[in-house]
Design a protein around this ligand. Structure first.
Ligand code: SF4
Ligand code: SF4
Length: 478
């Protein structure tokens, strides 16, 4: 087995020691313009995330991914498994959008919008700084013996973490089953909701483990996006980057040394203070170049700007820049790859729009009732029993009628005078279709049934087969 070169950052993980054990990170609390700006967006997103299950559009939730009931609601519009094409193109659209965005602007998503980073850095980490103090104090507290003060702090921190994880877990559950069912689980007899309560506990423990212990490892090991990054980024992509042309050769700053002398000695602006490393929540050194672990949290940019201010050099030694920008001073340009991604995105938007606008209000399937044979009626006609399934994709009740489109005959919805499909719901009913013997074309006759609204507007047509006797068996009961 090849030995590990511990001097080479590519040869080992920043969060593992020589024995392969996890190296716990104590990132220093950053401060600066980006650290001040990001929480505005972050807290807005947290608010939207927690409020999401309560927001209704036309009586439907903003977002619902009800896998058990196979019912999905996006911005108040209900989608069913029958809308798989729309959902698949929507997913492709989302992935292509991310690919384009990443190719142009790197992992801006991770640093500013990703729920993992937002919750970790702007909620859990801030609570930790508040209770345990900055990196140095955290390290000292970890090493300190178990005194009463340490116990109290640990208990307070983990109780808050657990409470927050419970809230996040419940919010996720609300996005999966809907806020009404979640409310029923919380208020009803627990014995009636053992399954729901189990998920509630599991989600709470999952989020607690992620935010209290697993942390940056989720981005490094689990999230596939970081791994895709190497295939999506190129020299033109804007990323959090260290300006090696300006920074190298790095070297410690001697206060007494005049800047001109330092420059003449071949030193750049980087004073090798490691402040950019000290604040990094994934433990990497951005001066090694773009790395999979970098979540573009901007902490190193703020830390370095602060250092540059103190040594009287211009800000931006670590900044948002592309490799081409650093090497040749080029701005972001439309590369062939970016143009190709954009063309695919436009095509997908067009396809998705077409699918959405041409989506039937009511989706119907009409199948012969399993095990039922055709019957001959007293009037000589033949009848078949069917099972009609109707999915109402609108937000209002739809009364429907059925008509035979290609043959003369009779359609009867069994057991009721009229059929109303409730808003955003599925309705099932048996249907009896009757045809005169002379209309039958052999043992199976093609039948087209139209689904109409009460005011006579055709919503959809469905095809099915009508089974009857062979021509030579007419008049004989099956
Ligand atoms: S914070 Fe800036 S100056 Fe200090 S080591 Fe990092 S890049 Fe160099
Ligand atoms: S390298 Fe900088 S931007 Fe990337 S994760 Fe570390 S601190 Fe954040």
């Amino acid at each position: 087995m090849a030995s590990v070169n511990w001097e080479d950052f590519r040869d080992h993980l920043a969060t593992a020691d020589k024995d392969g054990r996890r190296k716990w990170l104590y990132p220093k609390q950053p401060s600066g313009r980006y650290t001040r700006a990001r929480p505005w967006l972050g807290y807005l997103l947290v608010l939207v995330m927690f409020m999401g299950p309560f927001i209704k559009i036309n009586g439907n939730p903003l977002l619902l991914m009800d896998i058990i009931e196979r019912r999905f609601v996006i911005f108040g519009r209900v989608f069913w498994p029958q809308d798989a094409a729309i959902l698949a193109v929507g997913l492709l659209l989302f992935l292509t959008g991310i690919a384009i965005f990443t190719a142009a602007y790197g992992r801006l998503w991770c640093g500013w919008v990703c729920p993992q980073t937002v919750m970790m850095e702007m909620v859990f980490r801030k609570i930790e700084y508040w209770i345990d103090g900055d990196a140095h104090a955290q390290r000292a507290l970890d090493r300190a013996p178990w005194t009463r003060s340490k116990l109290v702090r640990r208990f307070a921190k983990h109780a808050i973490f657990l409470g927050l994880s419970f809230l996040i877990g419940n919010t996720l559950l609300a996005y999966l089953i809907g806020i009404e069912r979640l409310f029923a689980i919380v208020t009803d007899n627990p014995l009636n909701h053992l399954q729901g309560l189990t998920f509630m506990v599991l989600f709470t423990l999952l989020f607690y483990s992620i935010f209290a212990r697993f942390r940056e490892q989720a981005c490094t090991f689990i999230c596939p996006y970081g791994r895709f990054q190497s295939t999506l980024l190129d020299e033109n992509s804007i990323v959090v980057a260290y300006d090696h042309k300006r920074g190298e050769k790095r070297g410690f700053l001697h206060r007494a040394q005049p800047p001109a002398e330092r420059q003449a000695a071949g030193f750049g602006d980087c004073i090798d203070c490691h402040q950019c490393v000290a604040v990094c929540p994934t433990g990497i050194d951005i001066r090694n170049g773009t790395q999979m672990e970098c979540v573009h949290c901007t902490a190193c940019m703020d830390a370095c700007d602060h250092v540059m201010d103190r040594v009287g050099r211009p800000r931006g030694l670590v900044r948002y820049a592309s490799l081409d920008g650093i090497e040749r001073g080029e701005r972001l340009r439309l590369t062939p790859r970016l143009a190709a991604y954009t063309a695919i995105l436009v095509a997908l938007i067009a396809l998705e729009s077409y699918l959405l606008f041409s989506r039937a209000e009511v989706d119907a399937t009409l199948l012969r009732a399993p095990g039922a044979l055709f019957q001959q009626m007293p009037n000589g006609n033949y009848s078949n029993l069917y099972l009609l399934k109707l999915i109402n994709k609108t937000n209002h009740d739809v009364p429907v009628q059925l008509r035979l489109e290609n043959l003369e005959g009779r359609v009867q919805i069994m057991g009721r005078a009229d059929l109303v499909v409730p808003a955003a719901q599925l309705a099932e009913t048996p249907v009896l279709i009757e045809l005169p013997g002379e209309r039958l074309q052999g043992s199976s006759t093609r039948l087209v049934v139209g689904i109409y609204t009460a005011d006579g507007r055709r919503l959809q047509t469905v095809e099915t087969g009508f089974v009857g006797p062979r021509n030579d068996r007419r008049g004989v009961q099956p």
